[in-house]
Write a protein that binds this ligand. Structure first.
Ligand SMILES: Nc1nc2c(ncn2[C@@H]2O[C@H](COP(=O)(O)OP(=O)(O)OP(=O)(O)O)[C@@H](O)[C@H]2O)c(=O)[nH]1
Ligand SMILES: [Mg+2]
Length: 412
C-alpha cells in the first residue's frame, strides 16, 4: 500500500485530481482544510490494517465500533468532473519523509529492510552505551562495581543488586559493604512461621505448571495427618482437565488414609468445602497456569469469592530464572496472596533468583521444598536459614559473570 498527498482549491477538485492520477480504487485516508485549499491523503494497493488504523481519526474509530466496518470512503467513479484548478502544493505541514517515487508511506521490502537495520543499529548503540556506562561507573565506584559483580554472581537479579548497592552507606571496606548488602537483602525477606501445620485452615497452592504444587500439598497434608490424625485433613484437586492430575492425589490419599475430593470446576468448590467443614485442614491443589494465562487470575479471583476464607500461596521453583520469576510474581500482582513457597531448592544452582523474586515482591515465604520425598522434604522458612543457604550456594558455585553480562545487567 502506498500513501500520496494531493492538494487543490476545494474538495471536488481534489477528488478529481485523485481520480485522474490513481483511478477509482483509491482509499481516502484523510482530508483537511489547509491554507488556500484542501489536502487529501490517499492510499492505493493492498489494504494494510496497520496503516488504516494509523490514519483513522479517534472519533471514526469509536464510531466504527458501532457501525459497519468500512467507513473509509473510496472515490466515486461517476462524479461530474469540474474544471480542474491546478494549485501549487504548499510546503508540507509536518515534515513527513517523502519516498523516491513521491509516496509518503509504503510497505516496500527495501523500507522494511531499512527498518530492520535501524533496529539492529539501535540495539548496537544501546549495547555500546551500556558498556560505556558500566566502564564509567567502575571508574567512579570500583567498590560498587565489585559488589554488583559479586551479587549478580550469587544470582541476585541485576535490578535488585543495583538498588541494594545504591542504598549502601559510605564505606571503603569491601567486606563491610558486602555485609551491608546482605543485611539489606535480609531486610527485604519475611517468612511465616509454619502457618499451615500450626493453625490448620483452608489453603490453596497456585503457580506455574510443574513447580511442585501437588507434591507440596501432599507433603503438608501428610505432615498434618502424622501429627493430628488423617481424619483431620482433606485434599481437594481442582485440575479436572488434566488426565492423571487428580489420580496423583487420589493415590497418595489412599496410601495415607486422607480424604481426597475432586472439584469439576471452581464453581463446585463452595459445596465441597461445605462438605469438608469438619476438617481442620483443607488443602486445595490448583492447576498449573502460565503467567500470561488469564485463567491464572480468574482461578484466584474465584477463590477470593468463596464463602470460606482460603489463604492462597504462590508456589515458585528455585530453579526458575529471575526474569521468569518476575513474570510469575507480576502475574499475581494485586491479588491478595497470603505468601509464597519455594520448591526444588535441591535442583537450583543458586537461591539468588528465588530470593530476588521474594525480595522484590515482598511476599512472605511459608515453606521450602528441597526434594521429592513425601512428606519429608519440606521445611518451614526462616530469613536466617534462607540467607545462609543462599550464601553457601553462591560461594560454592558462583555464576560466571563476564563483562558482556554485567554491562547488559547494568543497562537494565
Ligand atoms: N527435585 C525436586 N523435585 C520436586 C520437588 N517438588 C516437586 N518435585 C517434582 O516435580 C515434579 C512435578 O511436581 P508436581 O507436584 O506434580 O508439580 P505441580 O506443580 O503440581 O505440576 P502441575 O500440576 O502439572 O502444574 C514431580 O516429579 C515432583 O516429584 C522438589 O522440591 N525437588
Ligand atoms: Mg499438580
Amino acid at each position: 500500500m502506498k500513501v500520496r498527498r494531493y492538494f487543490a482549491a476545494n474538495m471536488r477538485t481534489a477528488l478529481e485530481l485523485v481520480r485522474q492520477a490513481q483511478g477509482p480504487d483509491v482509499l481516502i485516508l484523510s482530508n483537511r482544510k489547509v491554507d488556500g485549499g484542501v489536502e487529501l491523503l490517499t492510499a492505493v494497493g493492498e489494504a494494510d490494517a496497520e496503516l488504516i488504523e494509523k490514519f483513522t481519526p479517534k472519533s471514526a474509530r469509536e464510531r466504527r465500533d458501532d457501525t459497519a466496518p468500512d467507513e473509509l470512503a473510496t472515490v466515486p467513479d461517476r462524479r461530474p468532473t469540474p474544471r480542474a484548478v491546478v494549485v501549487p502544493p504548499p510546503a508540507p505541514v509536518a515534515a513527513a519523509p517523502v519516498l523516491p517515487d513521491g509516496a509518503l508511506w509504503t510497505r516496500q521490502e527495501t523500507i522494511e529492510q531499512m527498518q530492520r537495520e535501524l533496529g539492529a543499529l539501535k540495539n548496537l548503540l544501546e549495547h555500546q552505551l551500556s558498556g560505556l556506562a558500566w566502564h564509567d561507573y567502575s571508574q567512579r565506584s570500583p567498590l560498587g562495581a565489585r559488589l554488583l559483580r559479586a551479587l549478580t554472581g550469587y544470582g541476585i537479579a541485576p535490578r535488585l543488586a543495583r538498588t541494594i548497592v545504591a542504598e549502601l552507606g559510605p564505606t571503603a571496606d569491601y567486606d563491610e559493604a558486602w555485609r551491608q548488602a546482605i543485611a539489606a537483602l535480609r531486610q527485604r525477606i519475611s517468612c511465616l512461621a509454619d502457618p499451615v501445620l500450626r493453625h490448620g485452615g483452608h489453603y490453596a497452592l497456585c503457580g506455574p505448571t510443574g513447580v511442585g504444587k501437588t507434591t507440596l500439598a501432599s507433603k503438608l497434608a501428610g505432615r498434618y495427618a502424622l501429627a493430628r490424625g488423617s481424619h483431620t485433613v482433606a485434599l481437594v484437586s481442582t485440575d479436572e482437565q488434566r488426565l492423571g492430575a487428580h489420580q496423583q492425589l487420589k493415590t497418595f490419599g489412599r496410601l495415607v488414609g486422607i480424604t481426597v475430593r475432586s472439584a469439576r470446576s471452581f464453581e463446585a468448590l463452595p459445596e465441597i468445602l461445605a462438605d469438608l467443614h469438619d476438617r481442620e485442614l483443607v488443602l486445595i491443589d490448583m492447576p498449573g497456569f502460565a503467567p500470561a494465562d488469564p485463567g491464572f487470575r480468574h482461578s484466584l479471583a474465584t477463590l477470593y469469592g468463596l464463602p470460606t476464607r482460603v489463604d492462597t500461596y504462590l508456589v515458585m521453583s528455585a530453579s526458575t530464572d529471575h526474569q521468569s520469576l518476575a513474570r510469575i510474581v507480576g502475574a499475581a500482582e494485586g491479588l491478595a496472596l497470603a505468601g509464597c513457597c519455594v520448591t526444588k531448592i535441591d535442583e537450583a544452582a543458586t537461591l539468588g533468583p528465588a530470593l530476588s523474586a521474594v525480595a522484590e515482591s515482598r511476599l512472605p515465604v511459608a515453606y521450602l521444598s528441597h526434594g521429592q520425598q513425601v512428606p519429608d522434604d519440606v521445611e518451614t522458612a526462616s530469613p536466617a536459614a534462607l540467607l545462609e543457604q543462599f550464601l553457601t550456594m553462591g560461594k560454592a558455585s558462583p555464576l560466571p559473570v563476564d563483562s558482556a553480562f554485567i554491562e547488559q545487567a547494568f543497562a537494565l
